[in-house]
Design a protein around this ligand. Sequence first.
Ligand SMILES: *Cc1c(COP(=O)(O)O)cnc(C)c1O
Length: 404
Amino acid sequence: MKRREILKTLTILPLAGTISAAAKPVSALSTQLAERDLYAELGLRTFINAAGNYTAMTGSIMPDEVMSAINASSKKFVKLDELQDKVGEKIAALCRAEAAMVTAGCWSALTLGMAGVLTGLDEKKVSQVPNLAGTGMKTEVILQKSHSLGYDHALTQAGVKLIKVETRAELEKAINSRTAMLWFLNREAPKGQIKHEEWIELGKKYNLPTMIDIAADVPPVENLWKFNEMGFDLVAISGGKAMRGPQSAGILMGKRDLVAAARLSNNPRGGIGRGQKVNKEEILAMYVALERFINLDHKKEWKQWENKIALIDNSIKSIPGISTEVVVPPTDNNMPTLLISWNPQTIRSTHTQMGEKLRFGNPSIEVISWEKDNSIRVAMHCLQPGEEKIVARRIKEELVNASI
Ligand SMILES: *Cc1c(COP(=O)(O)O)cnc(C)c1O
């Protein structure tokens, strides 16, 4: 819901203050692409991202190593299957999985993984998905009600029906000859009654594959291998969130036979994944982004986020009516953020108005302004070096402006 709301907001935005920059001489078109400021040419608002790796905000900024992988690999041809084989092997080794493939985001990993579970290596079945009736393929996936946030729609694209349960007893009762898989959403693990280990145990007990969606659940970096080692048969993750790979990439990893089966539904073949193409540059960029992310000094990253939080906090905390708190979501972007709340008697602004003041200010800044009344939440992990100072100054200005 929240993501949908923000998408709506972003779609109706006027192109504040950038129109004039669009008028560029035609000769600019002949200059090298790298030199063009395409956002300015098109009159697009760019912004400092103090909100996070939201899909509608274009995910993340790819680091130089990742961009250089894209450039370097763009100059030669290679066979897509051979590339997936080699990159898959490397990724699997890095994540301690039997096998892996690069997909068009976590969503595609969910859809293709689901398809692989249904079809196995049977090419006829691959050609029948998502029309499962009368094919002999199984048709149901079981998940916990609290894990149904909309991402499960990726599974239904392979034709399955979602069966939602709350308790272990309900789950065991729901299992029948049509059950294809047990699906788990790590983000909502704290809410569901059945936790990871029990989920896997149930899968083993009934001989059903288990899949987990950990899309936005690094950091911690260990999550890249934790769920493979724990025993999930398939693990799906986004590449363009905190890992800072291409926004259009993700990873499906897990059991060798299931990943091989998932690949049968993917391009270059004509299964349901034919339209979920990841180009060679993105496949390699995903690999490089993963490797870079694993090798990061994660303690140092965390410390840098805390330093940025302290800088912003120090600049605003003396404003009357303000209270601040460091909030670290347990899953779904497990990184420190600053929650800034205000007393509406002292500061006359709704959270939405405050978000708009920052969005339409100069420079434009996006913060999380849709979660709670009289508060905004500010994330550090998408800030470029030095931007925290601008964010601190602008938030302070708007809070002071709205003070009575
Ligand atoms: C972002 C997200 C997805 C979709 O991932 P993409 O990489 O954008 O395809 C799926 N599940 C969850 C929980 C997510 O947060």
